[in-house]
Design a protein around this ligand. Structure first.
Ligand SMILES: Nc1ncnc2c1ncn2[C@@H]1O[C@H](COP(=O)(O)OP(=O)(O)OP(=O)(O)O)[C@@H](O)[C@H]1O
Ligand SMILES: Nc1ncnc2c1ncn2[C@@H]1O[C@H](COP(=O)(O)OP(=O)(O)OP(=O)(O)O)[C@@H](O)[C@H]1O
Ligand SMILES: [Mg+2]
Ligand SMILES: [Mg+2]
Lengths: 227, 227
């Protein structure tokens, strides 16, 4: 369902060139559960941004469900993104002037649900991550781990085929983290494809496959038992 | 050096009242190394904000180095903060339009160093956290863990007597995290008082004392061996 071919992403800062991704080849099949690990700055978030169609590679091709994303215009890319992908950002990216509820309703604007149905589904998603009592709070009225969970609820509300989560438990205590990982396990069992970035071995253990990155390259790609 | 007496912090959202801190008593002596743990939303960041003189409690008193902070005006509070405290925020709070270097130089504006000395010290702080090659990058040109390390360097550059760090390794892989914790160990050995919030037991292990919070209260306060 995902096929990256010799993907490169280069940034320029002043007269410096940074190869954030440097020839990445990756295939992920439907209903896989993959963990991405690696040192700070090794290219994990950049990889996720490209997988999520939020940014284009400098070189290489990305086939998503057989379609060549690298040839699509930005309107087509946005449509694919909204229909197929749920994304949890490393820094959450919530809209500061809206409540948790409004933030979670947002992805459903593109679906064919009426406003009452959107509200109902957004409430259910927030309750699933334990934020029932905090729906009317805005992001600056929430704790770090609560904002993280709003970001997770928002990524899941439209029931996307592919969930991309960048450090989804980085701000969560172990009990809350276990609840979220239990939720991801259920989603995986019901057919979802999950790719998550984590720096914690306990979290990676929930995945079936572990990819390790270093300096913009994939260094190892093993079953989670062998990793 | 730190004495909290029956500290309460209440927020109002609509007609709802949230007791983020609910009668907290805490004493921390000079050169202690304390870890604060607890579930998401239990009041850890609110506690840190009050300790860091970044916010005032709703009730209760806070004696810092024998001075009653709760009676100080905001100018006096700001001075105490700049002279005594280094703060690492859970969401980093870097200035987006400035480079990593400028961000780290900022706390030294209050000190009596000339600009050349400030630049030299900021560079040294960034090199200590492994960001020598990234000094001229702005926050949106950095990875999550790199931003976290800029926030750490900024908190340390003025060599504050008290370091308050809210989840300082939340976005760091284990190797980079060990480097940062090694740095904190050195600072502790050289006399600094350190209070850090963490949700990871491996990180809390570096501290000498572990405080656990729940629902705005301190539930346990033990030596890190007994915790
Ligand atoms: N400005 C605010 N207005 C209303 N409620 C708030 C505000 N800031 C925090 N809260 C609430 O106060 C409680 C404590 O928040 P705090 O940020 O201290 O939690 P925390 O222990 O740091 O959590 P986490 O581990 O998720 O970072 C939370 O339930 C939160 O929703
Ligand atoms: N917009 C940008 N401009 C310049 N360099 C960038 C930009 N975004 C990222 N980088 C650089 O690209 C490299 C990879 O960044 P990326 O965010 O993918 O790392 P990461 O593996 O997610 O790290 P972390 O674990 O710290 O989150 C880093 O060295 C970073 O400094
Ligand atoms: Mg990242
Ligand atoms: Mg917090």
């Amino acid at each position: 369902v995902i096929q990256l071919d010799n993907i490169t992403k280069v940034y320029k800062v002043g007269d410096e060139t940074i190869r954030a991704l440097d020839g990445v080849n990756l295939e992920v099949g439907p209903n896989e559960y993959v963990a991405v690990m690696g040192t700070s700055g090794s290219g994990k978030s950049t990889l996720m941004t490209i997988l999520g169609c939020l940014d284009r590679p400098t070189a290489g091709t990305y086939l998503l469900d057989g379609k060549l994303t690298t040839r699509m215009g930005s309107a087509a890319l946005a449509r694919v993104r909204n229909e197929r992908i749920g994304f949890v950002f490393q820094s959450f990216e919530l809209l500061p002037r809206f409540t948790a509820l409004k933030n979670v309703e947002l992805p459903l604007i593109y679906s064919r649900s009426g406003w009452w149905n959107r509200r109902k589904r957004a409430k259910a998603a927030l309750e699933t991550v334990g934020l029932g009592p905090r729906m009317r709070h805005r992001p600056n009225q929430l704790s770090g781990g609560q904002r993280q969970r709003v970001a997770i609820a928002r990524a899941l509300v439209a029931r996307p085929a592919i969930l991309l989560a960048d450090e989804p438990t980085g701000n969560l205590d172990s009990a809350t983290s276990d609840e979220i990982l239990g939720l991801f396990d259920q989603l995986h069992t019901s057919g979802q494809t999950i790719i998550l970035v984590t720096h914690e071995a306990d979290v990676a253990r929930h995945a079936r496959r572990v990819i390790r990155m270093k300096d913009g390259k994939i260094r190892s790609d093993l079953g989670s038992q062998e990793d």
